[in-house]
Unconditional design. Structure first.
Length: 451
């Protein structure tokens, strides 16, 4: 029965050792080699594997740190992009307000111009009205003067009728005396008989003349009474007309004073408008300049926002490629310590959280169903396996699980809101997602400190 030589066994062990190293088992211990010739080779291979393990471990930690820092920078860049978007929205609203104010100023300038024209027309009308009022006052004064003279003439006529009335009284008295004398003469003629017949005839004629005079006097008295009554009525009418003219003069004089005040007001309005017109023009020019500046600012902010999104997309592409290298190295059996594993878990979570922002930027697609379960991501797998086995007794570990689950559910809800175009809900969720993500990182750091 033949047996393998010691050299053949050592070669097989060394070959298996090399296969383990090739498969990533850099922590595989070197086999025990009996052949002196192969012992030195085995020692060199073990040293090379140790050196590779140390190099890859350091490289993996450096890459992990670089990825974490880049993700953090990406988060800040996303925040800057959101702030720029908010600034863009505010500036656009301000542009609209300034444009509206500029239009209002232009309209005000037009109204001021129209008001100036209307005020000028109004002042001309008031000047014409005041001139006509003065003419009416003069004509009223002249009419009142004529009325006063007519009143004086009527009063004089009244006095003259009174004098005539006195004369009528005298004539009436004479007629009565003449009538009495004629009566006496008739009586004496009757006594004289035939001799007094001719005298009686004369006396009778005188009596008739006296009666006629008396009748004429009575008629004259009646006419004078009517004339006096008419004169008194005319005098009263003239007095009323005089009172009316005086009231008219006062009434016309009052509008004349008011029209003077209105003219002064129109002059003040014209002066104010003259001062306001250039001010409105300057304000309009200032608003136009402000509007142009704000529009330029808006364009700058838009460019910054677009630049931030482009830079973020490029950063994500770089992180994705670098993270692929990190994952490949992590797949090797390098024997990472517990603190290093927690750092890897933190970075895995940060990279995953970055995907939400990339979705919002339109750079990638995500499905809510693939996100809602917090146990299938790399952090979740670590949490329910190695992490739970080693750190499940820590209160921070339990809080980590609660925060991690809330993070995934809120991310899934945000993805659904994004595809349903609920922008307000997305904007409201993003800060909360970041806050919960910071809680997850904080609990991982707390666990790391207790190791």
């Amino acid at each position: 029965m033949s047996t393998s030589s010691p050299g053949h066994g050592d070669a097989k062990a060394l070959e298996k050792y090399l296969h383990d190293l090739i498969d990533g088992g850099l922590t595989t211990p070197a086999p025990t080699i009996r052949s002196p010739e192969l012992q030195n080779i085995t020692r060199l291979i073990a040293q090379f594997a140790q050196k590779q393990r140390e190099t890859l471990t350091e490289l993996s930690l450096d890459i992990n740190k670089s990825v974490a820092e880049t993700v953090h920078a990406s988060v800040q860049l996303n925040e800057l992009a959101r702030e720029n978007h908010a600034v863009e929205t505010n500036v656009k609203e301000l542009v609209d307000v300034v444009s509206s104010m500029a239009n209002d100023i232009v309209h005000l300038a037009e109204v001021v111009s129209e008001t100036a024209d209307q005020t000028g027309v109004g002042k001309e009308s008031m000047d014409l009205t005041q001139t006509r009022i003065h003419e009416v006052v003069k004509e009223t004064d002249a009419a009142q003067s004529g009325l006063t003279e007519m009143t004086q003439d009527v009063e004089s006529l009244h006095e003259r009728t009174a004098s005539i009335d006195n004369l009528v009284v005298t004539v009436n008295s004479i007629a009565e005396q003449t009538n009495l004398l004629a009566l006496n003469a008739s009586i004496e003629a009757a006594r004289a008989g035939e001799h007094g017949r001719s005298f009686a005839v004369v006396a009778d004629e005188v009596r008739k003349l006296a009666e006629q005079s008396k009748n004429s006097v009575d008629e004259i008295r009646d006419q004078l009474t009517k004339i006096r009554t008419g004169v008194e009525q005319i005098t009263n009418a003239f007095q009323q007309m005089d009172d009316s003219f005086r009231a008219n003069v006062e009434a016309v004089g009052q509008p004349s004073g008011e029209s003077s005040k209105l003219t002064a007001v129109f002059d003040a309005i014209n002066k104010t408008i003259d001062d306001l017109a250039p001010l409105a023009q300057r304000q309009s020019a200032a608003f136009e300049e402000m509007n142009a500046t704000l529009q330029s600012t808006t364009n700058d902010v838009v460019r910054m926002t677009d630049g931030s999104k482009t830079c973020n997309r490029d950063m994500y592409d770089s992180i994705r490629k670098i993270n692929a290298v990190r994952m490949n190295i992590g797949a090797l059996k390098l024997g990472f310590g517990p603190k290093a594993m927690i750092e890897f878990a933190k970075t895995d979570h940060m990279v995953w959280g970055m995907k939400i922002h990339q979705l919002i930027c339109g750079n990638i697609d995500l499905k809510a169903a693939d996100v809602e379960n917090h146990a299938i991501c790399r952090l979740g797998k670590w949490y329910f396996s190695e992490g739970k086995e080693k750190y499940g007794h820590m209160p921070e570990f339990e809080k980590l699980g609660v925060a991690h689950e809330k993070f995934h559910k809120l991310c899934a809800a945000t993805i659904t809101a994004y595809y349903n175009h609920k922008t307000a809900e997305v904007d409201r969720n993003l800060p909360e997602i970041q806050r919960i993500s910071d809680e997850v990182i904080g609990y991982l750091d707390a666990i790391k400190k207790k190791i």
